[in-house]
Design a protein around this ligand. Structure first.
Ligand code: NAD
Length: 285
């Protein structure tokens, strides 16, 4: 079997188009949705991500502000910027790009973002709302994965889903979203014994470990849907995922490529979260 390719670029483009229409409607009513992105330090991957996020905003007609600071920025100065953006009525979403330099407490920074502007969905109150089935913001990457599964009409209800990687930004919220949609979910981490035993029982496999090509076709149940969240830069400069695409595509029924899979969806869902925040701000006026 050769798997169907789940095209994240195409799906993200249609979502961004819908966001652009909603942004235009809101702007016509006097509220232009606005996103502020803060990046601290010069991590090359972070610089690319923030530039892509801001460019996507501008293309969709959102107001966007990119604040770039040197790695020497103090924690207090960063918290002051976050507080100022919390109070800025032109800004509906605030994103602080992770990772932050080691002298800054990322947890404290995220907790300082107003929950109503936390478009990444990382604030503990947003994590709690997701956990209790009443999400305000769904974290962008898992939200994008759900949209991909929906667009492919993947039967989630009753499915066995295995998530590999238990981070706060991908794996854990992915559990909540899949479980809310009716899947029976297992989450694996670096201590899991016999990973392949778990993955070979899964109808849906989501991999987010940051370990290049660690899941291959022999670990996939025939006909499973494989979602590869990983983005790894190889020594030759090329990008690859956490799944060995060539062998997995021979076994899976559908699979996401890297690049061109989950990555573009993460940005599209950031725009969706920002527009939703702006719509809520308008409704509360
Ligand atoms: P992280 O480092 O915070 O967490 C990795 C998780 O994987 C941990 O829970 C760890 O226990 C688990 N893990 C590591 N090795 C493992 C192994 N051998 N077996 C089982 N589990 C293992 O990573 P993260 O922030 O969740 O990111 C994971 C990957 O996803 C990275 O490649 C990152 O670049 C990528 N990512 C992509 C997007 C996107 O938009 N496509 C967004 C976020 C993260």
């Amino acid at each position: 079997m050769t798997a169907r390719l789940i095209d994240g670029v195409k799906l993200a483009a249609s979502i961004r188009e819908e966001v652009a229409q909603r942004a235009a409607a809101l702007t016509a009513k006097g509220i232009q949705p606005g996103l502020a992105v803060i990046v601290v330090g010069s991590d090359p991957a972070s610089q690319v991500y923030v530039r892509n996020k801001v460019a996507a905003c501008e293309k969709a007609g959102l107001h966007s502000v990119l604040e770039a600071y040197p790695a020497t920025m103090t924690q207090e100065a960063l918290l002051d910027r976050v507080r100022a953006l919390n109070a800025d009525p032109k800004i509906h979403g605030i994103l602080v790009q992770l990772p932050l330099p080691a002298h800054i407490d990322s947890h404290l920074v995220i907790e300082t973002i107003a929950a109503a502007k936390d478009v990444d969905g990382f604030h503990v109150s947003n994590a709690g709302l997701l956990m209790t089935g009443k999400p305000l913001f769904r974290p962008c990457t898992p939200y994008g994965v759900m949209k991909m599964l929906e667009s492919e009409h993947v039967e989630i209800r009753g499915a066995v889903a295995v998530i590999i990687g238990a981070s706060n930004i991908v794996g854990k919220p992915m559990v909540m979203l899949l479980q809310s949609a009716g899947a029976t979910v297992t989450i694996c981490n670096s201590k899991t014994r016999d990973l392949g035993w778990h993955t070979r029982h899964a109808d849906i496999v989501v991999v987010a470990t940051g370990k290049p090509r660690m899941i291959d076709g022999s670990m996939i149940k025939p006909g499973a849907v494989v979602i590869d969240v990983g983005i790894n830069r190889l020594p030759d400069g090329k990008l690859c995922g956490d799944v060995d695409f060539e062998s997995a595509k021979e076994v899976a029924s559908a699979i996401t490529p890297v690049p061109g899979g989950v990555g573009p969806m993460t940005i599209a869902m950031l725009l969706v979260n920002t527009i939703e925040a702006a719509e809520r701000a308008y409704a509360a006026k």
